[in-house]
Design a protein around this ligand. Structure first.
Ligand SMILES: Cc1cc2nc3c(=O)[nH]c(=O)nc-3n(C[C@H](O)[C@H](O)[C@H](O)COP(=O)(O)OP(=O)(O)OC[C@H]3O[C@@H](n4cnc5c(N)ncnc54)[C@H](O)[C@@H]3O)c2cc1C
Length: 114
């Protein structure tokens, strides 16, 4: 199959470029060697924010009495639940990106480009 443009990398730069190229009628192929969404969705922005949110909730509970809210027992992290929530969020967003990119007619090749 012939393409008008090949994009290397399915991170925010690559998937945005692919969406635009596809939306403008170019036959587009995108190569991603690891995971769609790149660092931002898989390791950076999104996972860190979900983990930080759990820390924020715990911190809020610890300071609840200041706001007239009493909590019985000590708050604690459940790492398994926290990681599961993070994984679920990442999966939802990377799935959404893949769906959006392909909806513009872009072909995704899960392989390293050279
Ligand atoms: C801990 C952390 C937290 C962050 N938090 C934020 C934040 O809150 N807000 C924010 O704006 N930014 C944040 N960033 C930065 C953000 O992750 C990057 O700016 C963004 O991911 C860059 O996107 P990109 O598409 O240029 O590159 P990347 O996300 O690195 O994507 C590049 C993709 O190309 C693929 N690839 C590379 N070479 C090839 C090849 N030869 N063939 C096929 N595929 C290839 C890689 O597998 C990768 O998926 C954070 C980064 C980190 C590490």
């Amino acid at each position: 199959m012939k393409f008008d443009i090949a994009i290397i990398g399915g991170g925010p730069a690559g998937y945005t470029a692919a969406e635009r190229a596809g939306a403008n009628g170019l036959r587009t192929v995108l190569f991603e060697k690891k995971a769609m969404g790149g660092v931002c969705l898989n390791e950076g922005c999104i996972p860190t924010k979900t983990l930080l949110y759990s820390a924020k909730v715990l911190d809020n509970i610890k300071g609840a009495s200041k706001y007239g809210v009493s909590v019985s027992g000590l708050p604690a992290f459940d790492m398994e639940k926290i990681i599961n929530r993070k994984d679920k969020t990442v999966k939802k967003l990377t799935g959404g990106v893949t769906m959006t990119v392909t909806s513009y007619g872009v072909t995704i090749v899960e392989h390293e480009a050279s």
